[in-house]
Design a protein around this ligand. Sequence first.
Ligand code: GLA
Length: 384
Amino acid sequence: MTDLVDRVRRGFADAYGGVPDLIARAPGRVNLIGEHTDYNDGFVLPAAISGQTLVAARRIAGRRIEVVATDFQGERDSFLLDKEMAHSPDPHWADYVRGMVIAMERTGLRISGAQLAVAGDVPRGAGLSSSASLTVAIGLALGRLSKLSIDPTALARMGQAAETDFVGTRIGIMDQLVSARGLAGHALLIDCRSLACTPVPIPPDAAILIVHSGIERGLVDGAYNARRTQCEAASRALGVPALRDADMKMLEAARALMDDITFRRARHVITENARTLSAADALSRGDLQTLGQLMAASHASMRDDFEITLPPIDQLVALLQDAIAEDGGARMTGGGFGGAVVAVLSKRRLEAAQAAVLAVYRTPDGGLPLMLVETASDGASLLA
Ligand code: GLA
């Protein structure tokens, strides 16, 4: 953390001279269960992680925003708030900054000019929401600089709009909401329709282990958006506002109204919503065995029905499940097509689980995978 603070301060001083008025932080997240349910108005159970993005910010006169990315060789971007803004042909960090500023101004907020420096340590391409941590930290920094008080849920909605409206991935609200509202030591059971967040304590004898497969979630926006379109087709066929409103009985009755792929996509979402509610209950009771069974069923559903896992990730999950046995569980986390696997397990299994991964699993370039042991963190805040 202090390294990251030093880095962002140095990046700021090198780019603009002097010191920032404030530093905002926002964490990445790991989703314990409830995948691709958020944009179906369903339930998710993520926790904020220690990896985070820091934004050092200073107010300047006028309506220009300048930003330097210390993690991208000091690349810079600069734009005027009152000009129509373009976005780059390929995904680029600056698009998230521009997208967030546009989303904020679209809600009627008036942002002041600013100099910004960004530094983060959320692994990128790991399905741990480095982009949500960036948009939320930018929003918090600019809001405070502009003397606006923005409620965390509103901030999360703006972060979501930055990605859906400007970057072009039609994501749900989970990542931004837990980045803005996370609570140390807790996962958040989020109802993605009402946006109610219920903190669920992580049992003191449990650990969260994240293993990055080393397969970067690259240009997967097309596949992500396609899943969302299939879910919308299923809810139309079922005659419900969202898949949140359907159950398995309704889906079975409507089987003839949709093709097999649409049916399986809907089955994943409907069963995943039920699993997420049961998992929140199991976690709150410290029942790691039940939680583990639900995580295993979630992974199988993502693999077979939603088709967003990859064979090396299935292998990683299977070897973690073997090492954990009945003391917890493992599954892929995040949007899919690469990224990380999450395990929730009894602390006494932690060493054996890590050893099992190191003994067998190699990243695509033959290296050892990145492993993080997490205790859930607080959501976005200003550093004192
Ligand atoms: C990405 C999106 C989220 C959510 C997950 C899948 O992280 O940003 O909104 O849909 O994928 O659960």
